[in-house]
Structures are given as structure tokens and as C-alpha cells.
Ligand binder design. Structure first.
Ligand code: ASP
Length: 324
């Protein structure tokens, strides 16, 4: 019988609605009362890592989840499911993708409606996540996100809607599988997956969004000795307003890695435009283009790379290479 470890970390999936309509954690996690979905055919072991709304989760908490998962592979578990709040779920899932070996399937799930709301999706998502973690085909695919019967890669999935149960989508590429009543079906392959088993996390890694008329003060404010790196969600194919160039250059002169992604929902950032602030000029200044990740994912990747001790050209290659 397969042994699956279920790690609860909080979020709506572990909350209930109170009589005033507020959704909040309760003294007893409703997931503790989850039924035996698999009628004794899967050996489920459940642990609470912590019980936090996901806006309270940061890299230190992600590391705690990762450390528990690393121990699970030596304890005979065939897979791990992590339940998590959906607000930052994609970041924790990607952190695990980048730091856990992929022989052990890791599946992250959550819920958009709490335990006692009509149409609550928590138990169903938990059940399908366990089904996926127990599937032999889930091995070697990196961390996965299972929500609303779809299987997505942690690398590319993102939360797209504030309340809809179909909130998790993979722009550009789509899901890689489906969970049906009878089986788990994968219909796409990941080209590659690598991991870096870090045991500490650096801080002061920032994420900034570009906008029309962007104020250079934002970059000047993070021009500090403690700054370890910055990701900028640039405009379109990867361009910035020219007035931020002096502040950007100052960061780069101090060897602070500056990573560029696009603020567009679909597509990849590339060095295309040759005008002032265009991608070609940004590339020449030393900005690193990260292909295919959104801003929050690129920040997690930068943080993991820095925490692993990557620098200079090695860090650049690590950040460049998100798709292949
Ligand atoms: N705000 C909640 C959280 O992320 C939302 C959710 O779980 O879906 O904890």
C-alpha cells in the first residue's frame, strides 16, 4: 500500500466562515475530519506544519515545508501533498519545485471556498491531490499544483481570479494533466527539471512593477548595501521607461543582480527593442532576462539561486533558463 504524507499549512482550505460572514482559521482544522477517501487503499499520514493564512507565509516558512519533505523521502513515503492558502500557493509550490528532488511527487493544493461554505472545494481538491501524488506518472515532473481537477506545473501556474474555483491557470502552456473520477491523466511532458537543495534563505530580494511614467525613486530606495537582488516586471517584451536608467545602472554597477520579466500575462521577455530603455539596451547594461516566469516566480528563483550561492555568470544562466 502506498504511503502518502499530507502536510497542512493553513489557508482557506483549513478555514471556516463565521456567523458574520468572515472567513477565519478555527481552533480545530476542518481538514482533521477529512473522510477516508480511498477506503484504506492509501496509507495517509497527516501533519500540521503550521496553520497560517498564506499572506503570512514567506521564504522561511517555505524552507520549513521543504525540510519536512526532504525527510519524507527517507521515511518511505511515495508522495507528499501540501495544503496551502491560494494567495501565495504558486510561490511556495515553485520554491519546492526548485529545491526538492523530483523522484518524490510533491503536489500542492488549496481551496477557494472554506470548509462550511456552499460549494466548498477543499475536500475535493485534497482528494484529487492525493490521487495525483499516489500516481506513478507524477514522478519526475517537479512540484505540481492540483486544483479544480487540473494538474499544473508549479513553474508556470498562477492565480488568475480572486474568488473563482477555476482560478489556477497556466498562461501560454495550459495544464499538463487532468484528474478524473477513475484516474490521473498526464498529457504533457516537462522538458527538464533541476533542483538545488538549499538549507537557508537569503533576504532583501525585491520585486518591482514597471508602469507608464515609472518613478526612478523606487529603484533609488532599494539602492542599499543589504540589497541582494531585484526582479522588475517590465513593460511588454521587456522594456523600461528611460528615466529609470541611471538608478538601474547604479544597482548594476554594485553587482546587484537585476532580473527582468514581463508584466504581460502571456509570453516571454526578450531583448527586442533598440530604443532608450528598450530590451537590447537593458541587456547591454547587464540586466538578466528571465524567460517565461512571472514576477513572483522569478523572485523565488532568484532567491533560491542566491541562497545556493550562485553568482555572476552562473546566476545569470540559472535565471535565463526557465523554459527548457
Ligand atoms: N487568503 C487565503 C490564503 O491564501 C486565500 C486562500 O487560501 O485561498 O490563505
Amino acid at each position: 500500500m502506498k504511503k502518502i504524507l499530507v502536510l497542512h499549512t493553513g489557508g482557506t482550505i483549513a478555514m471556516s466562515e463565521n456567523k458574520n460572514g468572515g472567513v477565519t482559521p478555527t481552533s480545530r482544522n476542518p481538514l482533521d475530519e477529512a473522510p477516508d477517501f480511498f477506503h484504506g487503499q492509501i496509507d495517509l499520514q497527516t501533519e500540521d506544519v503550521f496553520n497560517l493564512p498564506s499572506p503570512h507565509i514567506g521564504p522561511k516558512e517555505m524552507l520549513k515545508i521543504q525540510q519536512r519533505i526532504l525527510r519524507a523521502s527517507d521515511q518511505g513515503f511515495a508522495g507528499v501533498v501540501v495544503t496551502h492558502g491560494t494567495d501565495t500557493l504558486e510561490e511556495t509550490a515553485y520554491f519546492l519545485d526548485l529545491t526538492v528532488p523530483d523522484e518524490l511527487p510533491v503536489v500542492v493544493t488549496g481551496a477557494m471556498r472554506s470548509a462550511n461554505e456552499i460549494g466548498s472545494d477543499g475536500l475535493h481538491n485534497l482528494q484529487t491531490a492525493i490521487q495525483t501524488a499516489a500516481s506513478d506518472e507524477a514522478k519526475g515532473k517537479g512540484a505540481l499544483v492540483v486544483m479544480n481537477d487540473e494538474i499544473h506545473t508549479a513553474r508556470f501556474v498562477t492565480k488568475t481570479h480572486t474568488t473563482n474555483v477555476a482560478t489556477f491557470q497556466t498562461p501560454s502552456f495550459g495544464p499538463i494533466g487532468l484528474v478524473t473520477k477513475k484516474k490521473v491523466i498526464f498529457f504533457e511532458k516537462l522538458l527538464s527539471h533541476s533542483y538545488h537543495p538549499i538549507d537557508q534563505v537569503v533576504d532583501h530580494v525585491y520585486l518591482i512593477k514597471a508602469y507608464a511614467g515609472m518613478d526612478p525613486e523606487l529603484l533609488q530606495l532599494i539602492d542599499q548595501p543589504q540589497t541582494n537582488g531585484v526582479v522588475i516586471e517590465a513593460l511588454g517584451a521587456g522594456n523600461l521607461p528611460p528615466q529609470v536608467l541611471p538608478a538601474l545602472k547604479s544597482l548594476l554597477d554594485q553587482q546587484i543582480p537585476v532580473i527582468l520579466v514581463s508584466r504581460c500575462f502571456n509570453g516571454i521577455a526578450q531583448e527586442v527593442y533598440a530604443y532608450q530603455g528598450g530590451g537590447i539596451q537593458l541587456g547591454k547594461l547587464g540586466v538578466t532576462f528571465c524567460h517565461g516566469l512571472n514576477g513572483q516566480k522569478a523572485r523565488i528563483k532568484l532567491l533560491v539561486g542566491l541562497s545556493y550561492g550562485l553568482k555572476g555568470a552562473a546566476l545569470k544562466t540559472y535565471l535565463n533558463d526557465a523554459i527548457s
